[in-house]
Every structure is written in structure tokens, then in C-alpha cells.
Write a protein that binds this ligand. Structure first.
Ligand code: AFP
Length: 281
């Protein structure tokens, strides 16, 4: 497994360089979710594919930017599902973006997720790695090396609220939940990039990130295998909770298609319990 983490560190430096040097335009094509692909999306995807070609324990890859399963090593043990550059549309306005990795042993589903990692490309490059043992580990690039900073923990109650989705299409009970938190003094922190938004809540001790089902997107927007489940492991290992709108743990979900989405809520215990009350689930 350590080889996979070391490979992710190499990938992070290459993608960071691409963000700083490559053309940020669109390629005029769409990915499996119908989203317009940026040249940077495709470039980041290729960087990851090339890097894992040398890692024999990786059996296959599933990418947000590709249809289907990309086979690598027949005798490999793990499937790596990844979002090469999440929030890529924010790169050209110079906001932080990220890469997300989920490492699955056996069929790609929540219960088979053995480890996850995400990289934040912001003023600094940061990396967080989570396994089923212990707290998530937080690293930062200092003098061109990933340096261990600390282990991440969520407080039982936080101060930050990151509400995703188009507000005019929120369901009434969701709007009541979000307004209820602001009425309790929560501060709005939402950039449109789930990686920096979830990272901020983790580093600032707590709160909640939500991307609900809305009237226009009834199954939510965020992809289970390469966006939602990797963060669910990080949040649970940090002492928080990660559920869908039926109060199911996101790590219990079994997608029927690699690009399946789900409504999702990540946060400290208090805020998730407030959500459960508001949704009556
Ligand atoms: P892009 O990768 O298309 O920029 O989408 C980013 C994202 O997948 C996730 O990072 C955000 O939390 C969410 O979508 C933002 O969605 P809205 O623009 O609907 O708020």
C-alpha cells in the first residue's frame, strides 16, 4: 500500500506543475457524467494513468474522466478510483482544486474501501491519507518534500457550513436545515470545490458540508466511488460522520455503475444529528 501513497505524492508534484503551466481551456469533449472536459482534466488523468502503470499491486483504474474500467495488472490486488482534478473549473479563477483517490480491495463499493487520499493544490500542496486504522494523516510540501504535519480530528461540534447545490432547487426541509445552522451563528464557507471545502472543515475543527438531492438533481451530483466514499473514510476516521439522505453510512453504499452519484453529508456529530432531525430520517 505504501507504494500507492508514494506514487500519489509523485502525481501531486506533476499535476501541480501542470496547473501552473498548462492551457486551462476546454477540449470540446465531455466526460461520462456529461461535464465539459478541460485540457487540465485530461492531462491530470494521463499523469495518473502513467504513474500507476508502474505499480504492480494496482489491478485496474476507474477515473471520473474515463468510461468503464481501465485494466493495468492482472495479478494486482487493488482498484484505484480517482477524480484527477476535482473543481477543475476553479483553476482558471485561481482557486484551490484537488485530486481524490479511493483504494478498493475487491468489488469497488464502500465496504471494500481500504484507504483513501486527497491532494489540495492551493497556496501550498497538502495531502491527507486515511486508512481503516487510526486518524487521517496530514502532510504538507516543505522544501519540495511531503512533510508530516499532524493527525486530523473533528470536534463534536463545529462552526462552518458549506452548503452545495442550487439553492432555488433545494427541498424545503433542506433549506430549513441550512437556515437553522446560520441562525445558530455558523459561518458560510463554500468555494465550489469539495476538496478545499472539506479540507477547511477538517482543519478548522468541524462543521458540515452538504450536497443534497435537489429538484433538478434528485440523485445528488457527487460521484460515489471517486469523490464521496474517499472523503467518507477520512471524516469517519477523524471522528465525524458521513451519511446520505436516508441516514445510511456512505461507506455502506454499493454503486451499480462506476459513475453513480449520491446525496451526501459530511460533518461533526452535532451537525449530522441536526440534519437527521431536519430530514426526519
Ligand atoms: P467541477 O469539477 O465540475 O468544478 O465540480 C466540482 C464538484 O464536483 C465539487 O468539487 C463541488 O463540491 C461541486 O461539484 C460544486 O457543484 P456546484 O457548482 O453545483 O455547487
Amino acid at each position: 500500500m505504501q507504494t500507492i501513497f508514494e506514487t500519489i505524492k509523485k502525481i501531486a508534484f506533476e499535476i501541480d506543475k501542470a496547473i501552473k503551466t498548462e492551457d486551462l481551456g476546454y477540449i470540446g469533449d465531455t466526460n461520462s457524467s456529461g461535464e465539459n472536459q478541460l485540457k487540465l482534466d485530461v492531462k491530470s488523468d494521463l499523469i495518473i494513468e502513467e504513474a500507476f502503470k508502474n505499480v504492480s499491486i494496482v489491478k485496474d483504474l476507474i477515473s471520473e474522466e474515463k468510461e468503464g474500467v481501465f485494466a493495468l495488472h492482472e495479478d494486482g490486488k487493488y482498484t484505484v478510483c480517482y477524480d484527477p482534478l476535482d473543481g477543475s473549473s476553479l483553476a482558471d479563477v485561481n482557486l484551490s482544486v484537488g485530486s481524490i483517490f479511493g483504494i478498493y480491495e475487491g468489488n469497488p463499493q464502500g465496504s471494500n474501501l481500504v484507504a483513501s487520499a486527497y491532494v489540495v493544490y492551493g497556496p501550498r500542496i497538502e495531502l491527507v491519507i486515511a486508512t481503516r486504522d487510526g486518524k487521517p494523516k496530514h502532510y504538507r510540501v516543505i522544501n519540495e518534500e511531503f512533510t508530516f504535519i499532524d493527525e486530523l480530528s473533528l470536534n463534536p461540534k463545529g462552526k462552518l457550513n458549506a452548503p452545495g447545490g442550487t439553492q432555488q432547487n433545494w427541498l424545503p426541509h433542506h433549506k430549513a436545515f441550512v437556515d437553522g445552522l446560520f441562525a445558530q451563528g455558523y459561518r458560510l464557507r463554500y468555494s465550489g470545490g469539495m476538496v478545499p471545502d472539506l479540507h477547511q472543515i477538517l482543519l478548522k475543527g468541524g462543521g458540515i458540508f452538504s450536497y443534497p438531492a435537489t429538484s433538478d438533481v434528485p440523485n445528488g451530483k457527487l460521484r460515489q466511488l471517486f469523490e464521496v466514499m474517499p472523503f467518507a473514510l477520512v471524516y469517519e476516521q477523524a471522528g465525524g460522520k458521513a451519511i446520505n439522505d436516508k441516514n445510511q453510512r456512505l461507506l455502506e453504499l454499493v454503486p451499480s455503475h462506476p459513475h453513480d452519484t449520491t446525496p451526501c453529508f459530511f460533518g461533526s456529530e452535532y451537525e449530522i444529528n441536526e440534519l437527521i432531525k431536519a430530514y426526519e430520517i
